[in-house]
Design a protein around this ligand. Structure first.
Ligand SMILES: *Cc1c(COP(=O)(O)O)cnc(C)c1O
Length: 397
């Protein structure tokens, strides 16, 4: 047995890690260094869109690595244009900027909103953000985040954010009434870290309308809920709306770090040369991963799969544990599913891993399932057959 140290002496102590080190994977299964097998219902937090060792992705990445990994943005990277064309066609928007992570995409969005304001003579632009939101851990994005645990110890926070509750158009109007400094409204279509909390479709439509009336930017963080996870390319598309700014990351590169901020006509020309940049962003390996991920998702009809398998999974969970005392709600869309319990259930993450299933618990009492989009219905049944007894046992304690 390979010994997994409970704490690593030379890495910073930033994560409460499980005593597991994964070695390799195949499809929706992964193995640890001791040879133990797990069913992956987390996908590295919504990252491994195509699962592990995908037969179409791996040769493409190998080909790219053997050609060029990084070149830098002093030169054109042809796949940047190709990936931007895909993302803008899929979203109904016009231009993209590439970076590496979710927080970087959100930083770019915040900078876009501020410059949008400055270009219009607003010296102290303000952005509306939401309770329970998660936008990342840089100083600006943690200030936009609606979670004191994320912010504690890192003040002073960045100013210029107005916080409102979810799905309450009257509260949004009241919080911004007469405020000429407002430049943007910024939220996740379905909050991920906050506990799988969806914005209602009619609320999304109302906010779109309000942003049009007020000439605010509608900025939708699709870092976790985007890239096909809910059964549409982007979760807000269920409401038939198009945002002005859309940060993406997590699932975009199937495991290779790729971030993007996609913009529509109101925001596409705000950045001019010198306003923004990043060394690794849009590098040839990352762009190849993005282009191939989208190609394979289309070829293998993974949006349809996310919808079908997601409904199947949610249905099976509802049947097996939905009626139990202590289960508050089963919610989400496609393969982004949350099971809210009435009590703190963080202990279920290690118990599920012990039983051979990778999941996470978020917001302390929400079991979160974010499997690869290639999962089949029988694999989804397997998830439930491992998870349901654990939940029953936990609630009976
Ligand atoms: C994960 C996440 C982020 C931050 O992404 P990083 O790549 O960890 O910086 C931002 N927004 C949402 C909605 C996320 O889920």
């Amino acid at each position: 047995m390979a010994f997994i140290e409970a704490s690593s002496p030379h890495t910073m102590n930033t994560y409460g890690r499980l005593p597991i080190a994964l070695s390799h994977g195949q499809g929706v299964r992964v193995w640890d260094v001791n040879g133990k097998q797990y069913l992956d219902a987390l996908a590295g937090i919504a990252v491994n869109t195509l699962g592990h060792n995908h037969p179409k992705l791996v040769p493409a990445l190998q080909d790219q690595v053997s050609k060029i990994i990084h070149s830098c943005n002093y030169y054109h990277v042809p796949n940047q244009e190709r990936l931007a064309a895909e993302l803008t066609a899929l979203s109904g928007m016009t231009n993209a900027f590439f970076c590496c992570t979710g927080l970087e995409a959100n930083e770019a969005a915040i900078k876009l909103a501020r410059k949008y304001g400055h270009d219009r003579g607003i010296e102290r632009p303000e952005i509306v953000v939401y309770e329970k939101a998660f936008h990342g851990r840089s100083i600006a994005t943690l200030s936009a985040t609606g979670n004191e645990k994320v912010q504690k110890g890192f003040g002073p926070l960045v100013e210029g954010f107005i916080r409102v509750p979810l799905n309450d158009i009257a509260a949004l109007k009241a919080a911004t009434e007469g405020n000429r400094n407002v430049v943007a409204v910024f939220f996740e279509t379905i909050q991920g870290e906050g506990g799988i909390n969806p914005m209602r479709l009619d609320y999304l439509q109302q906010v779109r309308q309000l942003c049009d009336q007020q000439e605010w930017l509608l900025m939708i963080d699709e870092v976790q809920c985007g890239m096909g996870r809910t059964g549409k390319w982007f979760a807000h598309q269920w409401a038939g709306i198009v945002p002005d700014v859309m940060p993406l990351a997590k699932g975009l590169g199937s495991g290779v770090p790729v971030g993007a901020v996609v913009a529509g006509p109101k925001a596409a020309d705000i950045f001019q040369p010198g306003n923004h940049g990043t060394t690794f962003g849009g590098n040839p390996l990352a762009m190849r991963a993005g282009v191939e991920t989208i190609r394979i998702m289309k070829e293998d009809r993974l949006l349809e799969n996310a919808s079908t398998v997601g409904s199947h999974l949610k249905g099976a969970l509802a049947r097996e544990i939905g009626g139990l005392a202590g289960v508050k709600e089963i919610r989400g869309q496609g393969l982004m599913i949350g099971v809210e319990l009435e009590k703190n259930c963080n202990v279920l993450t290690p118990r599920a891993a012990e039983a051979g299933l990778l999941i996470s618990v978020t917001a302390d009492n929400v079991i979160r399932l974010l499997p690869p989009l290639i999962m089949t219905t029988s694999e989804a049944d397997e998830v439930v057959s491992i998870l349901a007894p654990l939940v029953k046992e936990f609630l009976a304690q």
